[in-house]
Ligand binder design. Structure first.
Ligand code: NAD
Length: 483
């Protein structure tokens, strides 16, 4: 550990200076100490510094940015992009009249590019800390009974402590993550060769994003899922359409399969499934969810007891129940999403500094970066039915969108769900190339309480995929133009 003295800094070459000359000398006493420099923590720290709080952040990893930047969102998107380009060159360029012979995978270069992206961005976070005069400690933070925090040899005190320690991969009984052939998303971002057969346990976001990467690069991929569907919680129509597309691309699904154990041998792994045949593969990616990360934090010292799921319960002000200690991000209940964590971090420190802060959980989008992408915001049709809310629905297929045709990206649709009485948009679900970008308009519209007519009457540029959003919104009142 160590607060960043020049000597300590010299000893950690991979990280940009986190503490700089113009900053006041560290006195190990702050208005706010943020534990964890992931999207929840580092963003909260910047906002707190903007609001005038003497702020420090601590992380046990040398590189700042948390799971998202180091071993999550960013490296997986880098590989998704590279593998998509590879598959395009291999299979789809010819549809555009481009013939390329001898397309070859250069995996070391692909991995190196991914690592460089990560390094640039984590270095960027360190620079942001410096720019905002946020002090950075490196080491594992642990609470003492008096609410001070021990980091290595130092004891740090703060008026407010914000826990933003994120999450770690979960596993299931009979599956040992320490096994050499059993991987989490972290290892699956760094395979030095393409596995011949990759079995994925769990048809959630991680399983299908990383499953897509390795399938595109040449692996046979079998996804084994406990439920009889993929993407639990996602709108049924969207999840079913996504599964059809992923199957067409070559991913094999075994649904309704409860994995009971994994045995690793010299030549591969055997996955046992309750009442079904074993599956044999070269490697297994365990993608059955993540659990809150509170290990070593010394929560018991300050009287915080995680709930049954290991989460730290907080109220709407992110207070833990122990005065001066707050928590946000994956470590608290709610979807484990970087952008939700960022919003919580900002709202929390704004409440601390100004008394006011805001987050609208109804408009937190969810995106799966497969190809096409899958994006949702608001309620699913199933939720609306369960809640007895009358709704109207407008749907528009990408095949009827000019730009999608021009791009040869015609798989998918946009579905807008609006309240039958008020026309207020309650949910939007998209399967499309760039759905992750298209959903931003919908989330913004919903944040402003837009009706489907508001979206439909806004001028959308032609020719763009966003016209499919407009057309789906028009469709709520049966007024779509192009179908
Ligand atoms: P997930 O919760 O999305 O999916 C886990 C899947 O594993 C579920 O479908 C579940 O039914 C299945 N499962 C559980 N036990 C099983 C068993 N014994 N046998 C077979 N299947 C079993 O979890 P994940 O994909 O690991 O992702 C973890 C978290 O990270 C999620 O909260 C996710 O939202 C987040 N994440 C988000 C993104 C993104 O936003 N693009 C990307 C990666 C991860």
């Amino acid at each position: 550990m160590g607060f960043f003295t020049p000597t300590a800094y010299d000893a950690v070459p991979a990280v940009s200076p986190a503490y700089h000359d113009e900053s006041p000398m560290p006195n190990h006493s702050h208005d706010l100490l943020v534990i964890g420099a992931g999207p929840a923590g580092y963003v909260a720290a910047i906002r707190a510094a903007q609001l005038g709080l003497n702020t420090a952040v601590v992380d046990k990893e040398p590189a700042l940015g948390g799971t998202c930047l180091r071993v999550g969102c960013i490296p997986s998107k880098a590989l998704l992009e590279s593998s998509h380009k590879y598959e395009d060159a291999l299979l789809h360029f010819k549809e555009h009249g481009i013939s390329v012979d001898g397309v070859k995978l250069d995996l070391p270069t692909m991995l190196k590019r991914k690592d460089k992206v990560v390094k640039t961005l984590t270095g960027g976070v360190a620079s942001l800390m410096k720019k905002n005069k946020v002090a950075v400690y490196h080491g594992t933070a642990s609470f003492n009974a008096d609410k001070s925090v021990t980091i290595g040899d130092d004891t740090v005190t703060a008026k407010h402590v914000l826990i933003a320690t994120g999450s770690v991969p979960a596993t299931i009984p009979g599956v040992d993550l320490a096994d050499d052939r059993v991987d989490t998303s972290t290892e699956a971002l760094d395979y030095q060769e393409v596995p011949e057969h990759l079995a994925v346990i769990g048809a959630g976001v991680i399983g299908l994003e990383l499953g897509s990467v390795w399938r595109r690069l040449g692996a046979k991929v079998t996804v084994i899922e406990y439920l009889d569907r993929i993407f639990p919680g996602m709108d049924d129509e969207l999840a079913n359409a996504a599964m059809k597309t992923l199957k067409k691309q070559g991913i094999a699904f075994q649904l309704g399969c409860a994995v009971t154990g994994v045995k690793s041998g010299k030549d591969g792994v055997t996955i046992s499934i309750k009442d079904k045949d074993d599956v044999k593969a070269d490697r297994v990616l365990v993608a059955v969810g993540r659990r809150p990360n509170t290990e070593g934090l010394g929560l018991d010292q300050v009287g915080i007891t995680p709930n049954r799921r290991g989460q730290i319960e907080v109220n709407e002000r992110f207070e833990t129940g122990v005065a001066g200690i707050f928590a946000v991000g994956d470590v608290v209940p709610g979807p484990m999403l970087a952008h939700k964590a960022e919003e919580e971090g900002i709202a929390c420190v704004e409440m601390i500094a100004t008394g006011h802060g805001h987050i609208d959980y109804n408009t937190v989008p969810g995106i799966v970066y497969t190809h096409p992408e899958i994006a949702s915001v608001g309620k699913t049709e199933e939720q609306l039915k369960d809640e007895g809310i009358d709704y109207n629905k407008g749907s528009f297929p990408l095949i009827a969108n000019g730009r999608a045709r021009a791009n040869n990206e015609t798989d998918g649709f946009v579905k807008v769900l609006a309240d039958a009485a008020t026309d207020r948009v309650l949910g939007v679900h998209i399967l499309a190339d760039a759905a992750g970008d298209l959903i931003a308009e919908c989330a913004t519209a919903m944040a402003f309480g837009a009706s489907s007519e508001d979206i439909a009457r806004a001028c959308h540029a032609h020719p763009t995929l966003s016209e499919a959003v407009k057309e789906a919104a028009l469709g709520v009142a049966g007024r779509s133009i192009h179908i």
